[in-house]
Design a protein around this ligand. Sequence first.
Ligand code: HEM
Length: 288
Amino acid sequence: MASSGQGPLTRLGRLLLDHRWGGQALICLQVSVLSGILLALQYNVAEPYYSTATIELVIPYGSFWRALHYYSSQGFLLLLFCHLAVVLWKGEHTYARPAWVRLTATVPVALLLMFTGYVLRGDATGEAAGAIAEHIARSIPVAGNFLNQLLFDVSASGARRIYANHLAGLVALGGFCAWPHLRRYTARWQDHLLLLMLLPALSILVAAPMEPDHVGLLHIGGPWFFLGLQELLRYLPVFWAGVAAPAAVIIALFALPDEKQGRRRWLLFICAWLAAYVVLSAISYWRI
Ligand code: HEM
């Protein structure tokens, strides 16, 4: 119960902890899927950049639908991070290990889903991101080529594999990971009207980014959540920067113990990792 003696910081903390981040993430995801279906009707996988650009010109309100897909997807990822952070902070729920791993696997799947979306855009950011991802996947010993063919395969099949994964493969995998969770917890559109008004308003006011080739540019910034990894690639061999470093935090999340003492240590590691990642991302951002 909120007592009248609570300070503003305590009340803000309570507000953040009680906020329905998961519900908002789900609403954003639904808007993203619906707007994505409209875009897919016009997208031509043989000409990624050209067809993305023509979406804005050919489909009625094309730039609005593109922006709606872009901002709802960004919203989904950010709100999912907030949802997970609050759940970890509260630490009120315990899961059997397989169920926990399945549920938290939604985070790397969501990141890959977003990432493939950037590549599909086919502009300078997308092309750079695709080339780097392929390079990273290939650096994995033994399974590297197979994983690259499964996930990206940009140099051999252009945007085709990425397109199939963005539209079907990753959506199905994410659905599988989240299914037991979403059968239990859901969200109703009528409870999130403010968000449902904000998304179209933002999409009308601010166009989704699109970057033509920058001739002579030495540093191309990838998607914002990829910047820290790009920066790390400057200092470490590809495998360590692109595979081992991100895998460390994901494994820490998967292996998070329930027991209090051990849990604290693992959470501290995750926080330190994230803090270092933010610093690397900021350095990378200043290079652009
Ligand atoms: C990343 C791993 C996830 C974990 C560990 C997690 C955990 C939880 C927990 C413990 C609750 C209950 C909260 C409470 O009782 O206060 C909850 C609620 C909820 N979750 Fe998740 N969740 C995850 C991912 C997702 C995803 C991917 C979605 C859908 C996009 C989602 C949607 C929801 C919804 C709609 C609720 C109902 C309460 C709310 O609106 O916040 N969750 N989640």
